[in-house]
Design a protein around this ligand. Structure first.
Ligand SMILES: [Zn+2]
Length: 492
């Protein structure tokens, strides 16, 4: 009897050890998001392509995200395609602009606008299609992605107004190391490098895409988990050429009466395309450790923990030390502060009357500045109380307007936020804050995460030839105060 109890204990112990070591070794989950830019409101057969893809996912009890153009939602209703609307509604519904390629597109109309005017104009133009989407599908869009390469920084503040928490697309305007990131308080899946995978339509291409997927999964497991982004357009399964290319290329803007239908694939080529995609989808679904997620689920995977509890004294010291090397986002171990969050934390930490660093400070979200100052000082010596006053004003402005000021004022002198950031960092890491403190010159290193305005950036065939947007990309660089990598829930 006693022996059998001992034996049982040994068996239980051994199996517990085996179970726990297996649990520790279980590879990280790799999330995969499939999204379809559902935009062709000209070719009626594109409606059927969207329905077929929507049903392909539903029949496998998984979901894709359909980013739908407002005008597409409207014509589905006008054509009486309730069957397509219902098939799409079994998946996730997201937003893809009011009119997509009809000029002016977002980059065109925001090109020379300032921050606030651009935000208002984006809300006015793109709010219309979003209202159509909400009316037809009865839900808000789960995410937004720009038409083609027509990206604008002002769209982000509009998305927050729209209650859309995720920007899902593939473009090189902003990028943090080819992984998900925060920008303007919106989560971005915008540039995933090796984790964006598509297949062509031949059997060989499917095989190669499956191999690329397996490699991406292995890489993400090594990183402790992550997300793969796979995108298509329903219309590309049935057409030979994009609907907008044949009508709106290089700034062309024909009236509706002159819109042309794009050429179609042969029925055999269409079947080959759907078949190839289906094989690719089935390969991914069958992979152990893979989970399909929609845009609606993604924000839950990447919580921003910077606002969930106050920053500690040790966090403030980490930020100050990091800012002495470069003004960019700061990894605090379990969460990450953007440069702007770091600056506001230092401004709050500078408020103690006795000069000590407080035990904790709380943050509220603020956009980067709306403009870059032309006139400012970069040297001079001032008492700590002048910097405390400047920091207090920065906090007041950020809290009142939800946006960082373009300038701080130190004893009546204009000072850039990056210079204030490195000066506060130096002062708060010094032994004491007695005597005059020298203003230091800082550079916003995080600017490297926004592309310069270069010809290749605006290669979308719909944009007018030679399109550039230097002012808009400068505005985009001001918003890097808000940029930081997004941390996957399961990794930290
Ligand atoms: Zn599109």
């Amino acid at each position: 009897m006693r022996m059998s109890w001992v034996l049982l204990a040994v068996v239980v112990f051994t199996s517990l050890v085996t179970w726990s070591s297996q649990a520790a070794e279980a590879p990280a989950t790799v999330y995969v998001t499939f999204w379809f830019d559902t935009e062709d409101f000209i070719l009626p057969q594109a409606d059927d392509a969207a329905k077929r893809l929507a049903e392909m996912f539903a029949s496998r009890h998984v979901q894709a995200t359909f980013k739908i153009v407002g005008e597409k939602a409207r014509v589905l209703e006008e054509r009486g395609r309730d069957d397509v609307i219902l098939a799409l509604a079994k998946n996730d519904i997201a937003y893809h602009s009011t009119l997509h390629s009809v000029h002016p597109t977002p980059s065109e109309y925001c090109r020379d606008l300032d921050w606030h005017e651009g935000v208002s104009e984006f809300i006015r133009r793109e709010g219309e299609g979003l209202r159509t989407l909400r009316r037809v599908f009865g839900v808000n869009g789960s995410c937004y992605g720009q038409p083609g390469g027509s990206w604008t920084p002002q769209s982000y503040a509009a998305l927050r107004e729209f209650g859309i928490p995720l920007y899902l697309d593939e473009t090189s305007h902003v990028n943090v190391k080819d992984r998900p990131f925060w920008y303007c308080g919106v989560l971005n899946i915008l540039r995933l490098g090796d984790c964006v995978i598509r297949t062509g339509w031949t059997d060989d291409e499917v095989k190669q895409a499956c191999t690329r997927f397996d490699k991406a999964q292995e890489q993400l497991i090594r990183e402790g988990g992550g997300i793969v982004s796979i995108y298509y357009h329903p219309c590309e399964f049935v057409h030979e050429q994009f609907w907008d290319g044949v009508n709106f290329s290089h700034g062309a803007n024909p009236p509706r009466s002159q819109w042309k239908l794009p050429p179609m694939k042969s029925p055999e080529a269409q079947e080959q395309a759907f078949g190839a995609f289906e094989a690719f989808l089935d390969h991914i679904i069958a992979r152990p450790g893979v989970r399909l997620v929609t845009a609606r689920e993604i924000p839950t995977l990447y919580p921003d923990r910077i606002y969930s509890h106050p920053l500690t004294r040790s966090d403030i010291q980490t930020i100050a030390k990091a800012f002495r090397k470069e003004v960019s986002y700061v990894d605090l171990g379990t969460r990450i502060a953007s440069a702007g969050e770091g600056l506001l934390a230092l401004c709050a930490a500078a408020q103690s009357p006795d000069g000590s660093i407080p035990g904790e400070v709380s943050l509220e979200f603020a956009y980067g500045p709306a403009s870059a100052p032309q006139l400012f000082i970069t040297e001079g010596k001032f008492p700590w109380s002048d910097f405390q006053q400047a920091a207090r004003e920065v906090l007041e402005i950020a809290r009142a307007s939800g946006q960082m000021p373009s300038l701080a004022w130190v004893n009546g002198q204009p000072v850039r936020p990056e210079d204030l950031a490195v000066t506060l960092a130096a002062a708060l890491t010094a032994e004491s804050r007695q005597g005059d403190i020298a203003l230091q010159k800082g550079e916003l290193a995080a600017k490297k995460y926004v592309s310069d305005d270069r010809p290749g950036l605006w290669g979308w065939v719909i944009l007018p030839k030679g399109f550039s947007a230097p002012h808009m990309m400068e505005l985009a660089k001001l918003q890097v105060w808000t940029i930081k990598p997004a941390v996957l829930r399961t990794t930290k």
